[in-house]
Design a protein. Structure first.
Lengths: 156, 758
């Protein structure tokens, strides 16, 4: 799978997650995803500003968007690996397409493709939750994010 | 005021923007203190990079050619000629040094301006800030426009960093280019917590409205420029100095740096509170402000030490938001800081001005004029705010004597810290010692020094007492103006008070250092002259006690009194508070506290008239009782002049005492007014008596009888007598009024304190 295509899918998935879990961050999403693909670690650090002259800084909850991007990347990587296992001879372009379709099963105009199994969805939920927790997203938001990932894959 | 009314008043918020901002003056003082320290540093560096021996050789030659310092002390013309010769000879050297130092100051300012100008660009780059456009968040941009209209500020350029976590805003920029930066986190609060978003943005817009951006960033730019252009180049020049010199320079420089740093932080903290209050005073308020302040992040807080922070603690900010009254309480540290800067900067300015301005006292006045009005402004605004609040709340005013003592203590500490006390930044060693020997003038000792614990104690007491009285005078003016003119008077009368207090503090500073730095040095010489005159007069007529003769006739007292700013400054002491008699009442129903200007005028006029009669009686007695041969002698004429002057001066003392006793309010200003009127009439009587004496034989003193009738004294003499009598007389009238007030307080068991203070 080429990196740019994968990034496109990750951004696409993450935007959907942000729209569902933290819609107030949508205005930031474009800039944040661009920065994320340049240097993920920098965006994930979420640095607070310092005490500046004439500044007024209030501590607020951490951004969801960087976590959503990282979770989306992890899930997409997981799905690519899963699909590669089941269709080893398929070209990477086809696998990308399959992953994309998995997240857009309700919008595709073509023949519906088989979805993920219940076990695979559970694994996706587990992977997403684990990553969100690693990034210190509060538990309720981490749950919501993982649920959203699974929800977007489960739509029949 | 009934308890109910008091409670109602308590609920009303008092507008802290009714007065000009005191932080404007504090910023100016900060700038001046940085410039003052720079002047010292440049002076020091100048000596390090120039040929000291050449300069000393020129100075040696000039001093020798000008002649002994004290030659002609008794003859002003000769003295002035000697001074003029010396200045002319040293002009080349001084101008070269002045150009060098001014050039360095210019470079410092230029660097500061460049830093100030490029700072916004740097902030944009460093903060990865990009314009926030309608494309990014249309609702947010529209709302920001709305907030700008509400806050009454032109829309700045809103920029943002979408990646910045936390909900933060930041106002910055330069003249003609204002920015407000928003973090990505803050933009998200627009959707999740509109009140918090509104509070943060209104706070930043309040910084723009309060004019904080230019002051803050220019001060900071100047600070960095000072470190780079003044402090760093000075350090390597110390390598060839002795350990003691290095220590003396280093600790003072370090203290200065710390002082400026802490003052800067204090001013910035004050600006935050004012921005909060401004934001909360908007037409729709800022309901989320208290909540936002409560959630302020603590990053960047240094060691938990409040002085090191550029923001006040959330607790302090909340307290100020809930109780605006806190902003009206005069602060001790502000007064202390004003005192420190006053002396710290004053000395450096005198050094610089003396390179160009060769008048004996001009440099002192000019230096005082540059710094004292700003120090006075800080104190006046603090005191007026306190009095304003007490008037509005009908509450007791906290004692302001502490402010006076803080100002006085700052004055002394600033003098102690002054780098000027390190041999004026001039070279040290054997050659300068030899030069001092030739000049034969004892070196000027610092006001605060080892002598302070001995005979020099008086120099420590004078500023403390004087500045304490100065603050109490400001309080009196504020009280009477606000009581008679009401809160509406606060804005414009407060500005007048700044001007008046600035003038008084300027004159006082000039006189204090004139007395300390110059006149004390020549006191032994003038004392010899005056004592000789006293003894000579004593051979032909009665002279009274020696101390009285010295007080009236000592050239130093005459010199001080005859400086033209002295009499106007004394006049301001009574004129400003009593001018409130013209103030319109705050409300028809409110009683206007009464003043007794007519009574004081009457007392002054009666005293003056009495003096006139006494002068004529004196002339008649001299004409009839003293032989013409004695009357023609210079010593007798001098003695007669002394009697006349004493009488005119005594008139002011008597008038002041009587008026202070019979005017039940504002005793001291009424006393000073009466003394002034009595003094003016006394001077007129003295001068017109001369004319009368030339026309009325029984009152004539000279041999020519009425042949010169009518003879009028010359303008120069009129001016000299006026300043001498009214200058010295006003000082004594002030002492008399203070004493009378103290006596009245003792006699009435301090009951007066319940009424308006004076």
């Amino acid at each position: 799978m080429t990196e740019s295509v994968e990034n496109e899918i990750v951004a696409d998935v993450a935007r959907g997650l942000v729209a569902q879990t933290a819609p107030q961050e949508l205005p930031l999403f474009r800039a944040m995803s661009e920065a994320y693909f340049k240097d993920p670690q920098k965006v994930l650090e979420q640095k607070q500003g310092k005490d500046e002259m004439l500044g007024f800084g209030v501590e607020i909850a951490m951004f969801v968007a960087p976590v959503a991007l990282e979770v989306a990347k992890t899930v997409v990587t997981f799905l690519v690996a899963e699909l590669r296992k089941s269709a080893e001879k398929e070209a990477s372009g086809a696998i990308q397409e399959r992953v994309h379709e998995l997240f857009h099963r309700d919008t595709g105009g073509g023949e519906p493709q088989p979805g993920l199994t219940r076990e695979q969805l559970a694994r996706v939920h587990e992977v997403a939750l684990k990553k969100a927790s690693e990034l210190k997203l509060p538990k309720p938001q981490a749950d919501l994010l993982a649920d959203s990932v699974v929800g977007s894959l489960s739509v029949a | 005021m009934s308890p109910e009314t008091g409670a109602a008043a308590r609920q009303t918020r008092v507008d802290p923007f009714a007065f000009p901002s005191d932080t404007t003056f504090r910023f100016v003082l900060l700038i001046l203190s940085v410039l003052g320290a720079s002047l010292f540093a440049f002076n020091w560096v100048y000596w390090s990079v120039h040929d000291v021996n050449r300069e000393l050789a020129i100075t040696f030659r000039c001093v020798r050619e000008a002649g002994p310092v004290f030659s002609g002390t008794g003859d002003p013309t000769a003295y002035a000629a000697r001074t003029s010769r010396l200045h002319a000879c040293l002009a080349g050297l001084n101008h070269e040094k002045g150009r060098w130092i001014l050039g360095a100051v210019g470079l410092l300012l230029l660097v500061a301006l460049v830093v100030y100008a490029v700072w916004p660009k740097w902030k944009l780059w460093r903060g990865k800030l990009t314009p926030l456009t309608a494309e990014d968040a249309p609702e947010v941009v529209a709302y920001l426009d709305e907030l700008c209209r509400e806050a009454g500020v032109p829309t700045p350029r809103f920029v943002w960093n979408p990646l910045a976590a936390g909900a933060s805003g930041l106002a910055f920029g330069r003249l003609g280019s204002r920015y407000v930066a928003l973090s990505g986190g803050l933009v998200t609060t627009f959707y999740t917590d509109r009140d918090a978003f509104r509070a943060v943005v209104l706070h930043e817009l309040a910084h723009l409205r309060n004019g904080d951006v230019d002051k803050t960033y220019f001060t900071m730019a100047l600070w960095y420029s000072f470190l780079a252009i003044a402090v760093l180049p000075l350090l390597p020049t110390l390598h060839d100095e002795g350990a003691a010199t290095i220590w003396r320079v280093s600790w003072r420089l370090a203290a200065l740096v710390v002082l400026v740093y802490l003052s800067r932080n204090a001013v910035l903290r004050a600006r935050e509170v004012y921005a909060d209050v401004r934001a909360s005073l908007g037409p729709n308020g800022a309901p989320g402000l208290e909540r936002a302040v409560g959630k302020l992040k603590s990053s960047g807080r240094r060691l938990g030490i409040p002085f090191l922070h550029v923001h006040p603690s959330p607790k302090e900010r909340l307290a100020a938001l809930r109780d605006n009254d806190r902003l009206f309480r005069p602060g001790l540290w502000e007064a202390f800081g004003a005192g420190v800067v006053l002396t710290l900067v004053y000395h450096q300015l005198v050094t610089l001005i003396t390179f160009y301005y060769t008048s004996d006292t001009g440099a002192l006045w000019l230096a005082a004029l540059i710094v004292a009005p700003f120090a006075a402004g800080v104190v006046v605004l603090g005191v007026w705010r306190g009095v304003f609040l007490a008037t509005v709340r009908n509450a007791t005013l906290s004692p302001l004597w502490r402010i006076g003592l803080a100002l006085g203590a700052g004055f002394l500490i600033g003098e102690f810290l002054s780098l000027q006390n390190l041999a004026s930044g001039s070279p040290t060693g054997e050659a300068p010692k030899a030069l001092a020997k030739i000049i034969d003038v004892p070196p000027t000792r610092p006001v605060v020094g080892t002598a302070l614990f001995g005979p020099g104690l008086v120099w420590g007491v004078i500023p403390l007492v004087s500045l304490l009285l100065f603050v109490l005078w400001i309080q009196t003016g504020a009280r009477v103006w606000l009581e008679r003119g009401g809160e509406r008077a606060a804005r414009w009368a407060g500005r007048l008070a700044i001007l008046a207090a600035g003038a008084v503090l300027t004159v006082w500073t000039g006189i204090f250092f004139l007395l300390h730095d110059l006149l004390v040095q020549v006191a032994p010489v003038t004392a010899r002259i005056v004592n000789a005159d006293y003894d000579a007069i004593g051979t032909v007529t009665w002279t009274g006690p020696r101390f009285l003769y010295r007080l009236v006739m000592d050239p130093e007292a005459q010199y001080l009194g005859s400086r033209w700013p002295v009499v106007p400054a004394f006049a301001l002491l009574w004129a400003f508070p009593l001018a409130a008699v013209a103030a319109r009442a705050r409300a028809r129903s409110a009683p206007r506290p009464r003043l007794f200007v007519g009574r004081a005028l009457l007392v002054g006029a009666a005293s003056g008239a009495s003096a006139w009669i006494l002068l004529l009686v004196l002339r008649a007695r001299v004409h009839s009782g003293v032989d013409l041969s004695i009357r023609k002698q210079d010593t007798f004429i001098l003695g007669f002049q002394y009697w006349q002057l004493s009488l005119a001066i005594a008139t002011q003392v008597v008038a002041s005492t009587v008026a202070a006793a019979v005017c039940p309010r504002l005793r001291i200003p009424h006393g000073l007014l009466a003394g002034f009127v009595g003094g003016v009439i006394g001077v007129a009587a003295l001068l017109l008596s001369v004319t009368i004496g030339t026309c009325v034989r029984p009152l004539s003193l000279g041999a020519s009888g009425t042949a010169d009738c009518p003879f009028f004294v010359q303008g120069v003499f009129v001016r000299q007598v006026f300043y001498q009598v009214v200058g010295l007389g006003s000082a004594l009238a002030l002492v008399a009024a203070l004493t009378t007030r103290g006596a009245v307080m003792l006699a009435t068991g301090r009951r007066e304190q319940r009424g308006p203070s004076d």
